[in-house]
Design a protein around this ligand. Structure first.
Ligand code: NAD
Ligand code: LMR
Ligand code: MG
Length: 610
């Protein structure tokens, strides 16, 4: 029977050869045309397709003064029901008349500030974090500018609502909370029509084009596992931070779920489950399906950056390896996480005045995130490679423990077996948890870490799965530790001092990485670009241990901008920046590209230019 490693390898080889076949333009052309023997038939078919293809109904246009205007052919009711166009009571009088909205809105005209005040009161009236999440989701469906302004003005309070940890609860209950769809659902039973349907839906969904796609298959949502079609909400949440932090235009993003079934029995037995009620498709059929999606993406959105989120650990690595050299794509759990962890470690080294060579690193949980973190640390500092110890469910990863392809570079020849033995013999100075094993960093284990400042990152999400509570870590180490967590954590008071706890979540890395790729027109994402991103974040890190390891949430937009600049500059150095030459001023381009939540004038037009 083949090992996981053999299987992964074989799938990878198969996919690689398959992809290099399908990505060649001549092959694509042949596929499109095969089946039509007569050229007249082809012409007639193409003409029909053109005539009946949905046409865009609105367009963002930049005027000579660099201000945006929306031109639209939509009717009054459609405008009020379109989240990008709807301004509700903020439609000024002239627009109400011009767009035919006079009788459809109450008399008073409100400013965006006024609307934010009302919406915030409504938000506060919701009784639980889950209800607040539902409120924000419906705001996103109704009025996007208001959603992003509300989020911007109350970021610290609302981030845990629209993102980790509350999103986990929302995703678990997706089919029960479902009100209206958002995003693109690509279901396995429709596999033969994916390309055709993507072509049809795009002019409606994103008439100005797509810059960023977040796709999931819902298999490993955060640490809560298989959530099937509910994964669409992780794609949406990740994209909302691309816009909130990275200023990526909300009209130019595409959330996607690949619904390949679910092995979650609770969902399978739920009569309200909205996804495809079938066990997960695996192996060749699965990869062929993903490949059809990628092929359609390359055909209709060739320049869009593709972000993979929350795939199962084997598929995550195979898919990244397969496509990473073909276009600009990255896996957030591996690479985004690795960037924020490397940034946090660089900050910790500065605060503790040490270098990687003096540290021994144990990574607990050797899956998607764990191996991604190891790889980036090793890429940053080759010497650190030998000081990395991976531990998984069955203990230390060794050459005899049947390591996967990605664990193998760190497999030790011999050594202790269990996590406890590893902690006792290795005596790590850095301990990182991405295991989903709640409370695994116990007092007994942490006490094996030598001083003066043990660096401990319990990163599993949602918070209920974290390997330790920061307050406990301070008490186990007599207040000497340096801590970061995967989700938001309140400050810790110890020995009359208060310590801010940094949130080492990939959300503080990927929006800037994505923005940098878009602005530079990167055709690939290299390790050097990831390291540049980590360094840019670390440059903004506080200097005192009391202030935490990462810049504050209020700086997230400024930091995303710096990350984007660093990534774009590195892309230019690496020769993969399609849109940059030596003369371009990167910072100015990044600044200009960042969207701000403000209402822009809307003008009704009889038709839109093609
Ligand atoms: N803070 C962040 O930015 C961030 C980013 C990515 C992932 N995460 C979190 O990390 C966790 C893991 O995510 P992932 O995508 O790597 O999942 P994964 O399934 O790819 O990897 C998890 C690994 O942990 C191992 N594991 C499970 N139980 C264990 C135990 N009791 N002891 C030791 N190892 C155990 C699994 O065998 C697996 O190899 C999740 O909770 C996720 O939310 C956090
Ligand atoms: O989504 C998050 O909060 C971080 C990360 O991508 C995860 O899977 O946990
Ligand atoms: Mg994730």
């Amino acid at each position: 029977m083949p090992s996981a490693w053999d299987r992964c390898n074989a799938q990878n080889d198969m996919l690689m050869s398959h992809y290099s076949d399908v990505s060649s333009p001549s092959h694509l052309g042949f596929n499109l045309l095969s089946g039509y023997s007569c050229s007249l038939h082809i012409l007639f078919f193409l003409l029909l397709q053109f005539l009946f293809m949905p046409k865009p109904k609105y367009r963002y246009t930049t005027c000579s003064d660099s201000k945006e205007v929306i031109h639209t052919t939509l009717g009054a009711d459609e405008i009020l029901n379109h989240p990008l166009l709807n301004k509700g009571t903020a439609f000024p009088r002239n627009e109400r008349i011009q767009l035919g909205l006079q009788l459809l809105l109450p008399e008073s005209v409100f400013s965006l500030d006024g609307k934010v005040k009302r919406a915030y009161r409504q938000f506060r009236q919701e009784d639980s974090m889950l209800l607040q999440n539902t409120f924000m989701n419906s705001m996103l469906d109704q009025n996007m500018v208001l959603y992003y302004r509300l989020l911007k003005d109350h970021l610290e309070e609302m981030l845990p609502i629209v993102y980790t940890p509350t999103e986990a609860k929302a995703i678990e209950n997706y089919s029960r909370l479902f009100r209206r769809p958002r995003g693109v659902f690509l279901s396995y039973p429709d596999r033969d029509r994916i390309s055709e349907w993507i072509q049809e839906v795009l002019p409606e969904y994103a008439p100005d084009g797509v810059d960023m796609i977040v796709v999931t298959d819902g298999e490993m949502i955060l640490g809560i596992g298989d959530q099937g079609v509910g994964g669409i909400w992780i794609s949406i949440a990740k994209l909302s931070l691309y816009t909130a932090f990275g200023g990526i235009h909300p009209a130019r993003v595409l959330p996607v779920v690949l619904d390949v079934g679910t092995n979650n029995e609770k969902l399978r037995n739920d009569p309200l489950y909205t996804g495809w009620n079938h066990e997960r498709i695996r192996g060749k059929d699965y990869y062929d399906f993903v490949d059809r999606f990628v092929k359609a993406k390359q055909e209709f959105m060739p320049n869009a950056v593709l972000h993979w989120e929350d795939f199962g650990k084997e598929n995550a690595r195979v898919l990244l390896n397969t496509y990473r050299d073909a276009f600009c794509t990255y896996n957030d759990d591996m690479q985004g996480t690795a960037v924020i962890v490397l940034a946090s470690l660089l900050a910790a080294l500065k605060q503790t005045q040490t270098t990687f060579s003096s540290h021994r690193i144990v990574i607990f949980g050797a899956g998607t995130a764990g191996t991604g973190i190891a790889d980036l640390i090793a890429a940053y500092d080759r010497q650190a490679h030998d000081h990395i110890y991976l531990v998984d469910k069955d203990g230390l990863i060794t050459v005899n423990s049947n390591p996967t392809l990605t664990q193998r570079p760190y497999a030790k020849n011999t050594g202790p077996k269990t996590f406890e033995e590893t902690m006792r013999t290795v005596r790590p100075t850095i301990l990182i948890g991405v295991s989903t094993s709640t409370g695994a960093f116990t007092k007994d284990l942490v006490q094996h870490m030598p001083g003066p400042h043990p660096i401990i990152f319990p990163l599993s999400n949602p918070t209920s799965l974290a390997e330790a509570d920061p307050a406990d870590l301070f008490s186990y180490t007599n207040g000497t530790c340096v801590v970061a967590t995967g989700g938001p954590s309140p400050p810790v008071s110890y020995d009359e001092r208060t310590y801010r706890i940094a949130e080492a979540n990939n959300a503080f890395a990927y929006p800037g990485i994505g923005l940098g790729c878009i602005v530079s027109g990167a055709t690939r994402l290299s390790d050097a670009m990831l390291i540049a991103a980590a360094k840019a974040i670390a440059e903004h890190a506080p200097e005192r241990r009391e202030d935490g390891l990462l810049p504050g949430i209020d700086e997230s937009r400024a930091v995303s901008m710096r990350v984007a600049c660093a990534v774009a500059e590195e892309a230019r150095r690496d020769g993969v920046a399609r849109k940059l030459d030596e003369k371009n001023h990167v910072e100015e381009m990044v600044r200009k590209a960042m969207w701000e939540p403000e209402y822009v004038p809307i003008v009704k037009v009889p038709a839109l230019d093609d």
